[in-house]
Design a protein around this ligand. Structure first.
Ligand code: CP
Length: 311
């Protein structure tokens, strides 16, 4: 397929599965162009007449701010829903009515984060404006996955035949499912899911992989030297119904400089952030540490996505 003929204008982006390989490549190439064009500039004036509405009903630093910066660098106006506590959700307004209202003001795109799996899809069924899912509970986070594969392509130099270990809370982590689906768009990749049994990857995620060889491991030290990428994730305290279970499992894995230095061959270290205890700050100075760069990459990727979705 000729990537120049493709368009995702007006499309909802709810799942990483919504994007074909060629569309992912289009966005990643566009992100690279954005990066180059933005050097030394504050605004590219590619979307001066557009309005980007950001609606974050769950906490966020990176996704919220990188979308807002992306809108500003494109020249679009960003309007933020603000804190849930300051909205009429506090008075009992339903999710459906909230989406209807937001959409009625005429944004060109709505970027939505909220805690209920499947509610991004529900919003897309209600709104005329395209919805970009910025994380729906433990379900998916497709724009994080685009940022992740963009970072892998920049750091490893390819998106085929990459050996990725995904470690931590694979049961609750929405980045885990979206990254798995995104890697599955490419050929010859392998994913090793590293977690205690209780936090292993959901079977439905594995059921959707068609090209990617995958395996499970309990001990990161058994597999780390085979990996190109170690993708560390946080144990998601907020998604545990039993806090005793969280206390028991937190600290299952800790990646520190001392741990990494035991291995002759080391993968790059990625993390969607925020981190808590699973990745110590003494790793930050190692050449393998790529997570802050990964977070910065989110701006270019989201610029590309917003530009393509708004047309
Ligand atoms: N990676 C990520 O989604 O971070 P935030 O929750 O801070 O947006």
């Amino acid at each position: 397929m000729d990537v120049h003929c493709m368009s995702i204008k007006g499309r909802d982006i709810i799942s990483a599965l919504d994007l074909k390989r060629e569309e992912v490549e289009l966005i990643l190439n566009e992100a690279e162009s954005m990066r180059n064009e933005l050097k030394g500039r504050r605004c590219l004036h590619l979307a001066d007449d557009k309005i980007v509405m950001t609606v974050f009903l769950e906490p966020s630093t990176r996704t919220r701010l990188s979308f807002q910066y992306a809108a500003a660098y494109l020249g679009a106006r960003g309007i933020d829903f603000g804190a849930t506590e300051m909205s009429s959700i506090q008075k009992g307004e339903t999710f459906e009515d909230t989406v209807t209202m937001i959409d009625g003001y005429g944004p060109d795109v709505i970027v939505l984060r909220q805690s209920v799996p499947g509610n991004a899809k529900k919003a897309a069924e209600i709104a005329k404006a395209p919805i970009i899912n910025a994380g729906d509970g433990a379900n998916e986070h497709p724009t994080q996955a685009l940022t992740d594969v963009y970072t892998i392509r920049r750091e490893i130099g390819r998106l085929n035949g990459v050996k990725v270990g995904i470690m931590g809370d694979l049961k609750h982590g929405r980045t885990v499912s979206s990254l798995s689906y995104m890697l599955d768009r490419f050929d010859g990749n392998t994913i090793t899911y590293i977690a205690p049994d209780e936090l292993q990857v959901k079977p439905e995620v594995l059921g959707k992989l068609t090209r990617t060889k995958h395996s499970k491991a309990e001990r990161v030290e058994d597999v780390i030297e085979e990996l190109d990428v170690l993708y560390v994730t946080r144990i998601q305290k907020e998604r545990f119904t039993d806090q005793k279970e969280y206390e028991r499992l937190k600290g299952s894995y800790v990646i520190s400089r001392g741990f990494l230095e035991k291995f002759r061959r080391r993968p790059i270290i990625m993390h969607p952030l925020p981190r808590v205890d699973e990745l110590t700050v003494d790793v930050d100075g190692m050449r393998e540490a790529k997570y802050f760069e990964q977070a910065r990459n989110g701006v270019y990727v989201r610029m590309a996505l917003l530009k393509e979705v708004m047309g």
